[in-house]
Design a protein around this ligand. Structure first.
Ligand code: SF4
Length: 84
């Protein structure tokens, strides 16, 4: 399979090993895992940090109950109240 081409500035991908919470490690990717670039993730997290719905202790959004350090990396993720 040909790797997908990520041409917009928002996309970034990893072919580095990914370690999951259960200790399992993936090193072999048929298809890259797309993430937003770190600059865009930081822009999103800065908006969350100034939001009244952000639980800064647990990094959770109280509107969508998502773990924002992870959600902010996803290219298709959206703020439930339209801040990003
Ligand atoms: S995703 Fe939106 S509503 Fe949730 S904490 Fe971030 S800015 Fe606030």
């Amino acid at each position: 399979m040909q790797p997908r081409k990520w041409t917009t500035r928002y996309h970034w991908y990893t072919d580095k090993p990914v370690t999951w919470a259960d200790g399992q490690t993936w090193t072999d990717f048929n298809d890259p895992i797309p993430f937003v670039r770190p600059e865009l993730q930081n822009e999103r997290l800065a908006l969350c940090n100034n939001c009244d719905s952000y639980d800064k202790v647990n990094f959770l959004c109280e509107k969508c109950q998502c773990f924002m350090k992870m959600k902010s990396k996803h290219p298709d993720a959206k703020c439930p109240i339209g801040k990003w």
